[in-house]
Design a protein around this ligand. Structure first.
Ligand SMILES: CSC[C@H]1O[C@H](OP(=O)(O)O)[C@H](O)[C@@H]1O
Length: 408
């Protein structure tokens, strides 16, 4: 297995080229593939070669840049008759590649606004158009990266304050679901970004009353993203972790809360940290399928725990670009459904004698059965303790149980 670092997106600012790490091949192969057009991006996003709400938005806008650059440098003059309206139609098509994560549509709609405000619909695409979308896209990428580090620090502070207020002492664990690290963003990550920051600044050697001992990522579909991508990142960062299936969460939390030793580990789960694909006005949050059940589990345990220091906080971590104030409640979120074969088959290389062989597809269910395969679910805001973004203060609920997500 080769590793080249955890950079999902490579955009060459000078030559205006774009490559993405093919996440369908991870963790067995780190292969970058070129994205040369909006059509390439559509295919890569829909097939999940790139995934994660911020990452697909960044690839989306950069694909508009490289497509426009390629077109303007085309040798065939006859091809150079693309109007602003044509470009907007291509962008509208790209928006349909994945419907639930709001970052993609927000970013592409921003580009459409730039185009419609500055140019007439019949104007031919020109260098000035390229400059405008280039500037927007580079800023989106750079802001996402710096915001993720702020988000990580804000999560660390929230966790530290929570543990102090609960008078908690000793080692603790964090459970996480979905794909929220460097691979899902421009870098560092959201939920996994908080875990990275906590691992760095709240480990045992830091000498505090409490420290992060262990992380439990869930395996999680589609394509077992937790098993493939989150463990790849945790392993890369040397953060101690143990993979579990999504249906082991209650059992693990219960065992650790009863101070039973699980695989030589006993630090209780104190935080469940998840990412988000769309957080709507009231705080309801669409995220990877399986997130909702974790919030229910945390709530059930919290009702049973008498001791405040045992309570689990359910944290949503996302940049502000994931907040959708135009949608009132989670009932209005469109949930993407994936094809049945993503549930009835598994894809991966043949592993034998420590070598990695050809990629094959294996069946894991009765053929041709009825399948329901939603990619996301919606966690209601009443089951969320806090929403951590790059801004401060961290969003928590008022005494009426309401979030106010308007910008701070
Ligand atoms: C920080 S990424 C947010 C979100 O994106 C992932 O979705 P997908 O892998 O399907 O694109 C996952 O749900 C993450 O929580």
């Amino acid at each position: 297995m080769t590793t080249t670092g955890l950079q999902a997106i490579k955009f060459d600012k000078e030559n205006i080229t774009l490559e993405i790490l093919d996440q369908l091949l991870l963790p067995y192969s780190t292969t970058y593939i070129p994205i040369e057009s909006i059509n390439d991006a559509f295919e890569a996003i829909k097939s999940m070669k790139v995934r994660g709400a911020p990452a697909i938005a960044i690839v989306g806008v950069f694909s508009v840049v490289v497509d426009t650059h390629r077109y303007l440098n085309s040798k065939e003059e006859s091809l150079r008759d693309k109007s602003i309206q044509d470009l907007i139609s291509s962008i509208d098509y790209l928006i349909t590649s994945r419907p639930t994560a709001v970052n993609l549509s927000n970013a592409l709609n921003d580009i459409k606004s730039i185009l419609t405000k500055s140019y007439k619909a019949q104007t031919l695409v020109n260098k000035s158009v390229l400059n405008d979308i280039y500037d927007y896209s580079v800023a989106l990428y750079e802001d996402d990266l710096s915001n993720n580090f702020k988000l990580g620090d804000n999560g660390l502070n929230y966790i530290t304050e929570t543990l102090k207020s609960q008078n908690f002492k000793g080692p603790f664990s964090i459970m996480t679901i979905c794909n929220t690290g460097s691979l899902a963003t421009s870098g560092h990550g959201t939920a996994l970004g908080i875990i990275r920051t906590v691992h760095e600044k709240l480990s045992k050697s830091c000498g505090q009353d409490f420290w992060l001992d262990h992380v439990y990522p869930l395996e999680t579909r589609p394509y077992n993203q937790g098993a493939k991508l989150t463990t790849f990142e945790l392993d890369y960062e040397k953060i101690p972790f143990t993979l579990i299936c999504d249906n082991m969460a209650s059992s693990l939390i219960s065992s650790l809360a009863k101070e039973k030793v699980v695989k030589n580990l006993s630090a209780p789960v104190k935080f469940i940290i998840v990412g988000a694909d769309r957080i709507v006005e009231n705080g309801d949050t669409a995220n990877k399928i399986g997130t909702f059940q974790l919030s229910v589990i945390a709530n059930a345990f919290n009702h049973a725990f008498q001791d405040e220091s045992k309570k689990i906080k359910f944290i949503v971590a996302a940049p502000r670009t994931t907040i959708d104030l135009k949608t009132k409640t989670g009932d209005d979120i469109i949930i993407e459904e994936r094809p049945p074969n993503e549930l009835t088959t598994l894809k991966g290389p043949i592993l034998s004698n420590n070598s990695i062989g050809d990629k094959v597809t294996v069946g894991i269910s009765t053929p041709n059965i009825s399948v329901w395969n939603p990619s996301f679910d919606v966690t209601p805001h009443n089951l969320i303790d806090s929403i951590v973004t790059e801004e401060l203060p961290v969003h928590t609920k008022n005494p009426k149980g309401e979030f106010d997500l308007s910008s701070n």
